[in-house]
Ligand binder design. Structure first.
Ligand SMILES: C[S@@+](CC[C@H](N)C(=O)[O-])C[C@H]1O[C@@H](n2cnc3c(N)ncnc32)[C@H](O)[C@@H]1O
Length: 273
């Protein structure tokens, strides 16, 4: 499949504005200012339902009893909703989301819930602040934006804030090594007369990938529109994450639910007051 682009933001999620082939020079976009400008409108419509449901089930299992939860990169809030639903009385969620377009979807979703105990933080993960210790740090589908140095800073920032026994949850990264991924069509949802899907492919770029995702809108047999974004992606295998989190004072949760990795803060270490 060709790397089509549109007149819109063609560098897409987490882009620094450099070309998609300069992966080595790319770092996490910590501003969130331009990220997801194209993606946001399609996000919930093309997210695979089975994957969403598996993640929701995993959160429900792993975060049982967690009162204070930080979510890094809440996006449109499809998992924030689950975090809220599982809170015990008096619990609260801090939803960190730097991209304004995603945050718009997030706040709209949360507002529709009534008065959920969610504080939306427009900073990014390395600058967002929460007062006091937390019971869980959830980072789903966002590690792709973090370079190794930024991941180290991420764990340095959030692991010490975990109460003993507190949990870190991330999605299993795919692929686990920087290998090219052929164009793959992912069916999405229907809204009114129109059907949405996406075609994703990845090219190797140094020790990372550049993903190109084409969002397509169909009506009957007619292709109504298509627009593509390309964005750099950092690749990290499970064993590297295990080493990083162990270094941050957390032990892996044995046999985590499908689709996620999880760690718990060592009980011997003090939480942050
Ligand atoms: C692929 S979306 C995932 C959204 C949501 N977690 C989900 O799984 O549906 C990644 C989100 O992370 C956000 N993000 C990117 N860089 C970030 C950073 N440095 N700190 C916090 N969030 C970030 C993006 O703005 C985007 O909304």
């Amino acid at each position: 499949m060709s790397h089509d682009t549109t007149d819109h933001d063609t560098t897409g999620q987490g882009s620094t504005g450099r070309g998609p082939t300069s992966h080595d020079a790319l770092r996490t976009d910590t501003s969130g200012a331009t990220g997801y400008a194209v993606n946001a409108q399609y996000y919930d419509l093309i997210f695979p339902a089975a994957q969403r449901d598996a993640m929701r089930a995993a959160l429900t299992t792993l975060l049982a009893g967690a009162r204070r939860v930080v979510e890094i990169g809440s996006g449109t809030g499809q998992f924030t909703e689950t975090l809220v639903a599982n809170l015990p009385a008096g619990g609260e969620v801090f939803a960190v989301e730097p991209a304004p377009v995603m945050r718009a979807a997030l706040t709209t979703r949360l507002a529709a819930l009534g008065d959920p105990p969610v504080t939306v933080l427009p900073e990014e993960a390395l600058t967002a602040e929460v007062d006091g210790p937390v019971d869980a740090v959830v980072a789903l589908h966002v590690l792709t934006h973090f370079s190794p140095a930024d991941r180290a800073a991420l764990w340095d920032r959030w692991a010490p804030r975990l109460n003993p026994g507190g949990v870190v949850v991330v999605d299993v990264q795919a692929p686990q090594t920087p290998v090219a991924v052929p164009a793959t069509t992912v069916p999405g949802r229907t809204l009114g007369r129109r059907r949405y899907d996406s075609v994703s492919e990845a090219a190797v770029d140094g020790d990372g990938l550049v993903w190109t995702v084409t969002y397509r809108v169909h009506e009957g047999d007619r292709l109504v529109s298509r627009e593509s974004v390309s964005f750099p992606s950092f690749v990290v295998p499970d064993e590297v994450l295990h080493a990083e989190l162990r270094g941050a004072g957390c032990e892996p949760v044995p046999e985590p639910p499908p689709g996620v990795l999880a760690w718990r803060a060592n009980r011997s270490r003090p939480g942050v007051a």
